[in-house]
Design a binder for this molecule. Structure first.
Ligand code: SF4
Length: 331
């Protein structure tokens, strides 16, 4: 579909027959038109495109958009899922459903598992940056010692400092390296092997958090760190644009959303997740085997975060703390 055809198709669907008042209809139309125009430009100017499919709702929207409106590019697209070794059954089922619905193949690639990386280097805790600092602090690296002692917006709170101290004194291994080994390295290897020149991901500015300030636009050129260009088609989509797109296009997200009630899915059980308490509750109810695995792998990270009161909201409800034999209120 070229630009005028795409514009006509979405005008018909979203303005003439859309939902909401005229303002909302045009908001969705504008967002889609901008996305379609950029997609045509970037997909047209690259030869080997990799679309990351996580099984989450944002990548669902990208797959649907491409397969429904721009199938002429499918010959040069690889759809890729990275299996970290700790994946929701709902996600695995959903990938099969996507393959059937759109008649595509999603390549499942796997590096070292999260479990292996955590055994080797330690577990992640609080955030990527804080895990890196705590790991360096435990190894007495001066730069990291300075960072842990630093206060203010980008430094450590008193409670986080106490946690770092406790981790060091008790020889506990903390690291953010599972991300490198189970996600970044395997996708980089795939991209190099397949000569990928455009990497497509589902990040959206409206998700907020650190991601929102990590990019200035939906496209980034390759550089020393990134050997392929990067394009985020949904970068400017608001939550309401995404909700209307889902409704009008008749997209069904994975059971993680539709049945378990989760509002987002990331790496399963990751202690960085803002909504980790809700995620664990859903896992406990719907995927008890995976819940147990997450408690074995990340349990100490959840428990220490709660014990040192490093978050406003607990990772583990009290009933979970007690049933897993964690002590309350310190040593
Ligand atoms: S998202 Fe979290 S659990 Fe997943 S690989 Fe990265 S640090 Fe590890």
């Amino acid at each position: 579909m070229d630009r005028p055809e795409f514009a006509a198709a979405i005008k018909e669907k979203y303005v003439a027959n859309g939902s909401g008042d005229m303002g909302q209809r045009f908001e969705v139309y504008d967002a889609l038109f901008h996305t379609g125009s950029k997609l045509l430009e970037y997909f047209g100017s690259h030869e080997h495109i990799c679309i990351s499919v996580s099984g989450g709702s944002d990548s669902d929207c990208i797959v649907h958009l491409v397969c429904t409106y721009f199938p002429e590019f499918l010959d040069k697209i690889y759809f890729v899922f990275i299996n970290t070794g700790l994946e929701y059954d709902a996600t695995k089922r959903h990938l099969t459903d996507i393959e059937k619905r759109y008649g595509i193949e999603i390549k499942k690639i796997r590096g070292k598992s999260v479990v292996w990386a955590i055994r080797e280097f330690g577990f992640p805790i609080l955030s990527k940056e804080k895990s890196e600092c705590i790991g360096g602090y435990c190894r007495n690296r001066p730069g990291y010692i300075r960072k842990v002692k630093q206060t203010g917006r980008y430094g450590f709170s008193d409670n986080q400092r106490k946690l770092a101290e406790y981790i060091k004194e008790n020889g506990i291994k903390v690291s953010e390296k599972c991300c490198d080994y189970s996600k970044k390295k395997p996708i980089l290897k795939f991209q190099k092997e397949h000569g990928i020149d455009l990497n497509v991901t589902g990040e959206r500015k409206a998700e907020g958090g650190q991601r929102a300030s990590a990019h200035k636009s939906c496209f980034e050129q390759s550089n020393k760190r990134m050997h392929a260009d990067k394009y985020m088609p949904l970068w400017w989509w608001s939550n309401s644009v995404k909700a209307i797109f889902k409704k009008i296009e008749g997209i069904r997200f994975s059971d993680c959303y539709e049945v378990y009630g989760m509002t987002r899915t990331g790496c399963c059980g990751c202690p960085f997740a803002f909504d980790i308490a809700e995620e664990l509750q859903a896992l406990y109810e719907y995927e008890p085997r995976l819940f147990k695995a997450c408690m074995n792998v990340f349990g100490q990270a959840y428990e220490l975060t709660d014990r040192f009161k490093c978050r406003r909201k607990k990772c583990l409800p009290d009933s979970f703390q007690l049933s897993f034999g964690f002590k309350e209120g310190g040593d």
